[in-house]
Design a protein around this ligand. Structure first.
Ligand code: FAD
Length: 434
């Protein structure tokens, strides 16, 4: 090392690398905006995505730009933060370097891993070609194309069987995403598309929601889960609980001995953490989440934190913290405060992350939602308004809030959907195996 670089080394500010500009990583970056440190925020996408409204992009209610915002724009006033569009492929704990495909090696003193999660097909990754999951904007526009194209194919189908298969939509997984997707597809078919086709009535569309457990929305109380079930049935959704999917193919889904002919399957059943646990060589749970300590650092590495969907965090009573946006944001805030305290010479030895449950919400369809917050249980129209206000409030940008609000208002008044374009070239007739 030359004398100059040795001096630089002494003078330089601490380097904080944040992997992921989602709910956890972005909140951490914002919390460190005034820290005396150099922050590098790395994400493989240039935008922060509001995942709770992805299903509305997938069902043509909203367009992609309404629920996403460039990360660079969000942190433009944070003079200490550099945004890097790059894919992290590994971490060298000894050398304290994150490896990426573009920049190569990014050194750090503190590391925050907030790389999220993706779909889990429980060892059947081959199903992903026929049963896409919903995680990114690309997933949402791909699913939107499949849904809209299925109705177009039904118009030109040669036989009734073929038409019926195109008009059958199976959604696997009865959590909030599955419930919301099922309700939105049923409303698209019965309301929005009414009167638009000549060879069939879109009201004949079958939407089947398949759940392996005994009830939908299992994280909610029984009463709300029952209301959601009945609400879906009122919209025309067939809810099949206690049914495990045993095979997904381009032209059918199998539930044990039973095969359902369908051309559109949507996977909303499982979540697998980012492979960050492997990069770190850290202990993981069955979903690949890194098991972190009470201060969200990994054992033996007090300067390396894992947060959000990539982390397995437990409350002091040993209850797992759910993989939801408020949890990721709270963890981002916690880690940012902890690092800022250390940077200013404070003692953080006694810091423990405490999760504050902000409740569960899911919408079923127009004027129907369920809300569970502490002792408060709401359903129906009031819950739906509440759901809408909360989602508008948490959207990241004022412009997005206004434009989503206007689109929702128009959808409410007209049943129309503002984003019904199929922009890719038409694909050959026959089972979809893309
Ligand atoms: C369809 C859907 C609906 C949901 N609905 C709700 C809801 O209604 N309410 C709720 O509270 N929660 C909801 N969630 C869950 C919520 O979105 C997540 O819990 C939350 O996003 C987790 O935040 P995170 O920061 O851990 O990960 P994310 O927000 O997913 O962010 C991870 C970031 O890391 C980046 N990244 C990943 N790997 C790499 C890499 N190797 N290199 C560089 N960058 C990388 C990604 O591009 C992404 O930007 C939903 C999730 C989905 C998918």
């Amino acid at each position: 090392m030359t004398q100059t670089s040795a001096a630089d080394e002494v003078a330089r500010r601490p380097r904080i690398v944040i992997i992921g500009g989602g709910f956890g990583g972005l909140t951490a970056a914002q919390g460190l905006a005034r820290a005396e440190a150099d922050i590098t925020l790395i994400d493989r996408r240039n935008h922060h995505l509001f995942q709770p409204l992805l299903y509305q992009v997938a069902t043509a209610v909203l367009s992609p730009a309404q629920i996403a915002q460039p990360i660079r724009t969000i942190v433009r006033n944070n003079a200490n933060t550099r945004v890097v569009l790059d894919d992290v492929t590994g971490i060298d704990l000894e050398a304290r370097i994150a490896r990426t495909t573009q920049e190569g090696e990014v050194p750090f003193d503190y590391l925050i891993v907030a790389a999220g999660a993706s779909h889990d097909y429980f060892g059947r990754d081959d199903w992903s070609a026929f049963a896409p999951g919903l995680k990114s904007l690309e997933d949402a526009t791909n699913i939107r194309r499949r849904i809209l194209e299925a109705f177009e194919r039904a118009e030109t189908a040669a036989t009734q069987e073929e038409r019926a298969a195109y008009l059958t939509f199976c959604i696997v997984g009865g959590g909030p995403t599955g419930v919301e997707m099922a309700g939105a597809i049923a409303e698209l078919a019965r309301r929005t598309l009414r009167g638009e086709f000549r060879r069939f009535d879109p009201a004949d569309t079958k939407v089947i929601l398949i759940e392996g457990g005994p009830r939908v929305l299992s994280s909610m109380p029984d009463s709300l889960s029952g209301k959601a079930h009945r609400g879906l049935e009122k919209l025309g959704v067939t809810v099949r609980t206690g049914k495990m999917v045993t095979n997904c193919q381009p032209d059918r889904i199998e539930l044990g001995e039973e095969a359902i002919a369908c051309r559109t399957i949507i996977w909303a059943a499982g979540v697998r953490a980012s492979p960050a646990g492997n990069w770190l060589g850290a202990e993981q749970d069955r979903a690949g989440r890194v098991i972190v300590g009470q201060d969200l650092s990994i054992p033996g590495h007090p300067d390396i934190f894992v947060i959000g969907d990539t982390a397995a965090v437990f409350t002091q009573k040993g209850i797992p913290v759910p993989g939801v946006a408020p949890a990721a944001k709270q963890q981002g805030t916690f880690v940012a405060e902890l690092i800022a305290t250390r940077l200013s010479g404070g003692d953080t030895a006694s810091r423990r992350f405490v999760y504050k449950d902000q409740g569960n919400l899911a919408t079923i369809g127009r004027s129907q939602a369920v809300v569970h917050m502490g002792r408060l249980k709401l359903s129906g129209t009031l819950a739906w308004w509440f759901w809408g206000v909360v989602h508008i409030f948490f959207l990241i940008d004022f412009r997005n809030r206004i434009s989503v609000l206007l689109d929702w208002l128009l959808t409410y008044l007209t049943y129309g959907r503002g984003s019904r374009l199929i922009t890719d070239p038409p694909r050959p007739k026959g089972p979809d195996i893309t």
